[in-house]
Design a protein around this ligand. Structure first.
Ligand SMILES: [Zn+2]
Length: 272
């Protein structure tokens, strides 16, 4: 997961919101306590979100097409499982068409794992119906449009049967990192395979080039190679840039970077 910048919403979303909220309020008046049938008109925002997220799932950072994937509601719209903070079930239906509550997520992250989970810090106050976030609510799940996930989750190599795997861990014991990894199962087997393959196929070959330059001893050549490989691997349009960042941080340790005066930048927005 990486920090994302939200662009502008399509004006169509505001029209869908007005109409959708009128429909839901009428349904609540007519049948209080009944489950709401929420129109899926929020899908008008899907392409904009997909572009803002560089064509990637907001959670697992794999490249995905909009087609069979989802507009994800950070605060779940119908029902919300807020454990361990509180387990009230009604969701945040009034945020169904709220731009800042929407993300683009792959079907695996959204439908198989996040579902209606929205854990809160114990003892915090749940938003009241109609109230805009964040209020006094303290989500344990990271929102890549508000938080910098790299400060909460880091990837480290784990050796299993003499093979190198890359695994996400909470950075410095971050409870929000731990919850996000657990809720989204960012350590699920298919992702672990992608992580392993990514470091092997993309990161390590670039580092071979860097090591060659280091052996040559020419500082300018080393700096140039580093610039090239970081702008390639940390370009946010590439998949798994948070993993690339941590793999570089681990495989070219700080002391070595200091020696060669190399700076490791966070994942980089595309050059205009
Ligand atoms: Zn995903």
């Amino acid at each position: 997961m990486i920090r994302l910048q939200r662009g502008r919403a399509t004006p169509k979303l505001a029209a869908c919101r007005r109409k959708g909220l009128a429909t839901l309020r009428a349904a609540l008046r007519a049948n209080p306590g009944e489950p709401l049938e929420i129109p899926k008109t929020y899908n008008v925002a899907k392409e904009d979100l997909w572009r803002a997220q560089h064509g990637k799932c907001c959670y697992c950072e794999l490249l995905e097409q909009p087609g069979h994937n989802d507009v994800e509601h950070f605060r779940p719209k119908s029902r919300a499982d807020r454990r361990p903070g509180s387990s009230h079930t009604p969701g945040y239906w009034w945020l169904t068409w709220t731009w800042k509550n929407l993300l683009f997520a792959c079907a695996n992250c959204n439908r198989d794992h996040k579902k209606d989970q929205f854990p809160l810090e114990h003892g915090c106050r749940v938003l009241k119906q109609g109230q805009q976030p964040p209020g006094r609510e303290r989500p344990l799940l990271l929102d890549p449009f508000r938080d910098d996930p790299i400060r909460h989750i880091h990837f480290r190599p784990v050796f299993h049967h003499k093979e190198e795997h890359w695994w996400p861990f909470p950075r410095a014991g971050s409870p929000r990192g731990e919850t996000t990894i657990r809720v989204l199962r960012l350590d699920r087997s298919p992702l672990l395979d992608f992580y392993k393959g990514h470091v092997r196929q993309y990161v390590r070959p670039e580092l071979k080039r860097l090591r060659r330059a280091m052996r040559g001893g020419n500082r300018q050549q080393v700096a140039r190679t580093w610039r090239e490989l970081t702008s390639e691997l940390l370009d946010v349009r590439r998949p798994l840039t948070a993993l690339s960042y941590d793999a570089l941080d681990h495989l070219v340790p700080l002391d070595e970077r200091k020696h060669w005066r190399l700076v490791l930048p966070p994942p980089l927005p595309p050059r205009r």
